[in-house]
Design a binder for this molecule. Structure first.
Ligand code: NDP
Length: 461
C-alpha cells in the first residue's frame, strides 16, 4: 500500500512542533496552568503530610471553620539551606555525570546501547547527535547514595524524605529560573535559528517553549532535564520513602515494596532504552519552555512519586493474592508499553525491513514536507500493536498507572491521581499528535486511521 501526497492535498510546510493556533481559551488555560499547578503540588504535599492523604479534608476544614487559611499557610513547608545544599550537590552530580561519564556499561552488558546516537531530523533539517549514558548515571548515583548512607553513614537514607518540603521550594525556584533562562536564550542566543517557533503569543511561547533543541555546546537541555535529575532521583526518592516508613513504624509494608518495584521497572526501562527516547514525541516534537523546565524540576519528582509519600503516612498492607494480581497487571502493562514502543523503534531504524510478530509488517508508504522545503519519505506501521490501536503503547502505560494506584488501596484519591493525570496527558497527546500527523502525512494518515480506527482501546476509543 503506498500513499504519497503533494502539498496541495493537505500537507503544510512548517506544521511541526506544536501546531495549534493560539486562541483566547488556550491563553487562559496556559495562564491557569502556570499559576495553579505549583499551588496544586504544595496542596497535595500538605494533604499527605497533615491530612492523612485526604484531598478533601483541608477543604472541608476550611468550609466548616475548623481550620483557616492561616492554618494551611502554617503547614506549608519551610525553605531551608539544607534543601539548597542537597539540590545543588545532586544537580552538579547529574550534570558532571551527563557530560563526562564514559560509556563503559556495554563491556558488561553487550545488549545495552549507550554511546553516540543520532536523533531524528529536526523540522529545519538538522540532525543532532546525543551521548547516551543515563544508565551509567543511574547506577553511579545509586551506588554513591547507598555507600554514603549505609557504609559511611554520612547521611540518613531518609534524607530525601526529611527534606522533601524544603526541596519543594528549591525545585520550584530552579524550574522557574530555568524557564526564564531558556526563554531569553531562545530570543537572544538560540542554538539554531531555524529550529525555533513563535506563536505570536508571548505567554504561550513562554509556556510551550520557542527553541526546539536548546543546547550550549554538547549540553542538550531537553535530554538532560527530561531524562536526568528527576528520573534518576525517582527511584531514590521512593527508597527514601521506604526508609522513612521503616523508621516510623519499624516495618515496610508490601504495598511500599510493590510501588518501589513497579516504579523501578519503569525507570530502569527508560535508561536501558534511552536511545529509543530520542525518537519519542518529547524529543522529536516538544519545544523547551516552562512546561518542561518546571515540569521536569517539580511536577515529575513530586507528582510521579506521590504513591510512595502517601504510603509513608498511610501504611497499607495488602494480601498476597492481591499483590500478585497487581504485579501481574503492572508487568503486562509494562510489556505492552515496551513491546509497542520497541516495534515502532525497530520499524523506524530498519526502515520497515524487519519482522513484527514474526511476519513482514504491513506498511503505508508516505512522504512529508519538512521546514526546509524538501519532501522526505517515511512509512507508517500497520502491524503488531500499531495495528491493534493507534496508540496501544499508551494503553500499556495506563495499565501500569492503574496498578500503582491499586497497590495503595482504596481509602483516598491521591494514589490514583497519577492515573488520572496520565490519562488526560496521553489522551490530549493522542489528539495533539494526530492533529500534527494529519498535516504531516495527509492522506496517508487518513488511510492509517481507516485501517486502524481506534486510538487506545479497540471498539471503545
Ligand atoms: P509515540 O511513541 O506513540 O510516538 C508518536 C510518534 O510516532 C508520532 O508522532 C509519529 O512520529 C510516530 N508514529 C505514530 N504512529 C505511527 C505508525 N503507525 N508507524 C510509524 N510511526 C508512527 O508517543 P510518545 O513519544 O508520546 O510516547 C512514547 C512512550 O512514552 C509511550 O509509551 C508513552 O506512554 C510514554 N510517555 C510517558 C510519559 C510519562 O510522563 N511517564 C509522558 C509521555 C509519554 P513521526 O512524525 O516520526 O512519524
Amino acid at each position: 500500500m503506498s500513499v504519497s501526497l503533494p502539498e496541495s492535498q493537505g500537507q503544510k510546510a512548517g506544521q511541526w512542533g506544536r501546531a495549534w493556533e493560539v486562541s483566547g481559551v488556550t491563553t487562559l488555560s496556559t495562564f491557569l496552568i502556570i499559576t495553579t499547578t505549583p499551588l496544586m503540588v504544595f496542596y497535595f504535599f500538605i494533604a499527605c503530610t497533615h491530612y492523612g492523604g485526604s484531598l478533601t479534608a483541608p477543604l472541608i476544614g476550611l468550609w466548616s471553620g475548623e481550620i483557616t487559611l492561616a492554618t494551611l499557610w502554617s503547614q506549608v513547608p519551610a525553605l531551608s539551606l539544607d534543601a539548597f545544599a542537597i539540590f545543588g550537590v545532586w544537580f552538579l552530580f547529574q550534570l558532571v555525570s551527563y557530560l563526562f561519564l564514559p560509556d563503559v556499561l556495554h563491556y558488561f552488558l553487550p545488549h545495552y546501547k549507550g554511546g553516540t546516537h543520532l536523533g531524528s531530523i529536526t523540522p529545519a533539517g538538522n540532525r543532532l547527535s546525543y551521548q547516551i549514558n543515563g544508565l551509567q548515571a543511574w547506577c553511579l548515583s545509586h551506588v554513591v547514595f547507598f555507600t554514603c548512607a549505609w557504609y559511611f553513614n554520612l547521611f540518613s537514607p531518609t534524607i530525601i524524605f526529611d527534606n522533601w518540603g524544603g526541596l519543594l521550594w528549591v525545585t520550584n525556584i530552579f524550574g522557574n529560573i530555568l524557564a526564564l533562562f531558556v526563554y531569553i536564550k531562545a530570543n537572544y542566543f538560540p542554538t539554531n535559528q531555524e529550529d525555533r517557533k513563535y506563536s505570536g503569543n508571548l505567554l504561550y511561547d513562554y509556556y510551550m517553549g520557542i527553541e526546539f533543541n536548546p543546547r550550549i555546546k554538547n549540553f542538550d537541555f531537553k535530554l538532560f532535564f527530561n531524562g536526568r535529575p528527576g528520573i534518576v532521583a525517582w527511584t531514590l526518592i521512593n527508597l527514601s520513602f521506604m526508609a522513612a516508613q521503616y523508621s516510623m513504624y519499624g516495618t515496610i509494608t508490601n504495598s511500599m515494596i510493590l510501588i518501589n518495584i513497579l516504579h523501578a521497572i519503569y525507570v530502569l526501562d527508560f535508561f536501558w532504552n534511552e536511545a529509543w527516547y530520542l525518537n519519542t514525541i518529547d524529543i522529536c516534537h516538544e519545544h523547551f519552555g516552562w512546561m518542561l523546565s518546571w515540569g521536569d524540576s517539580v511536577w515529575l519528582p513530586y507528582m510521579y512519586t506521590l504513591q510512595g509519600l502517601y504510603l509513608v503516612y498511610n501504611p497499607v498492607e495488602i494480601s498476597t493474592g492481591y499483590t500478585l494480581a497487581i504485579l501481574t497487571l503492572g508487568v503486562i502493562g509494562y510489556w505492552i508499553f515496551r513491546s509497542a514502543n520497541s516495534q515502532k523503534d525497530l520499524f523506524r531504524k530498519s526502515d520497515g525491513n524487519t519482522l513484527i510478530w514474526r511476519k513482514k509488517p504491513e506498511i503505508i508508504e508516505c512522504e512529508y514536507l519538512s521546514a526546509d522545503g524538501k519532501m522526505r519519505p517515511s512509512k507508517l506501521l500497520v502491524s503488531g500493536w500499531w495495528g491493534v490501536a493507534r496508540h496501544f503503547n499508551y494503553t500499556g502505560d495506563l495499565m501500569g498507572c492503574l496498578a500503582y494506584g491499586l497497590a495503595c488501596g482504596f481509602d483516598h484519591f491521591i494514589p490514583y491521581f497519577y492515573l488520572v493525570y496520565m490519562t488526560i496527558l496521553l489522551v490530549h497527546r493522542c489528539i495533539r499528535d494526530e492533529h500534527r500527523m494529519r498535516y504531516k502525512y495527509g492522506q496517508a494518515w487518513q488511510e492509517y486511521c481507516r485501517r486502524v480506527p481506534y486510538r487506545l482501546i479497540p471498539g471503545i476509543f
